[in-house]
Design a binder for this molecule. Structure first.
Ligand SMILES: Cc1cc2nc3c(=O)[nH]c(=O)nc-3n(C[C@H](O)[C@H](O)[C@H](O)COP(=O)(O)O)c2cc1C
Length: 204
């Protein structure tokens, strides 16, 4: 059999590693996606993400369950360099530094007085906490889908909601929750330790 020249072999391996997302191993099953998802605070500034790719993540987030299918979550996506930079100014110095190379910043909100409400009144003591709950569920779907696609995220609770509202024209009837950076990891983060499972569960 004819021998394949070394430079062709090298080109093939390089192509394969790029199509697998550089240092991002392609993850296939749910447990791998969960294990590989980490809060990423170091992004590769040379890699971008398209609007279509973000739309795919949001479509997955829409599959999350919500109170009476109220679907209270909304997403404001900063993808132009100017808006991305402006959102990064509003997440505090540490988060700004940690998301420096992220090409996309997503702000998640929920419409108030929908989830957990019945005919305009809170159905129980949690009130609008159910809107926050639903938004967290949607965001969990979004960040796991992102990882499955080879992207990385950081959820940020430290953010200036008043300034974000002005910057992105977010209506007053929406509660601003997390800012989520989206991009490609530049290095692999450690896994912060979890509590012992026995300490957080009781069976009856
Ligand atoms: C609601 C929420 C708010 C968070 N806010 C921040 C934040 O402002 N800055 C930050 O660096 N990490 C933030 N995190 C990330 C957590 O620190 C991280 O999820 C936790 O340490 C576990 O690490 P892991 O996500 O890599 O498993 C937040 C996470 C959540 C769910």
């Amino acid at each position: 059999m004819k021998k394949i020249p070394v430079f062709v072999q090298i080109a093939f391996v390089a192509l394969l590693s790029v199509s697998c997302g550089g240092n991002q191993p392609t993850v296939q099953n749910f447990d791998d996606v969960v294990a590989m998802r980490r809060s990423v605070r170091d992004y590769d500034a040379s890699r971008s993400i398209t609007q279509e790719e973000v739309m795919d993540l949001i479509k997955t987030a829409q599959e999350a369950p919500s109170w009476a299918n109220q679907q209270p979550s909304k997403y404001y996506v900063a993808i132009s360099p100017e808006k991305v930079a402006a959102v990064k100014e509003l997440v505090g110095e540490g988060n700004k530094r940690n998301t420096a190379g992220a090409p996309v910043m997503i702000v998640s909100t929920y419409v108030k007085a929908r989830s957990g409400f019945f005919r305009g009144n809170p159905a129980n003591e949690i009130g609008d906490g159910w809107g926050a709950y639903d938004n967290g569920l949607s965001n969990a779907y979004l960040i796991l889908k992102a990882r499955e696609r080879g992207f990385d995220t950081l959820i940020m609770g430290m953010r200036n909601s008043d300034e974000l509202r002005k910057l992105l024209a977010i209506p007053d009837d929406e509660c601003i929750m997390a800012v989520i950076s989206l991009g490609y990891r530049a290095s692999d983060p450690n896994r912060p330790e979890r509590k012992a499972t026995n300490d957080i569960v009781k069976f009856f």
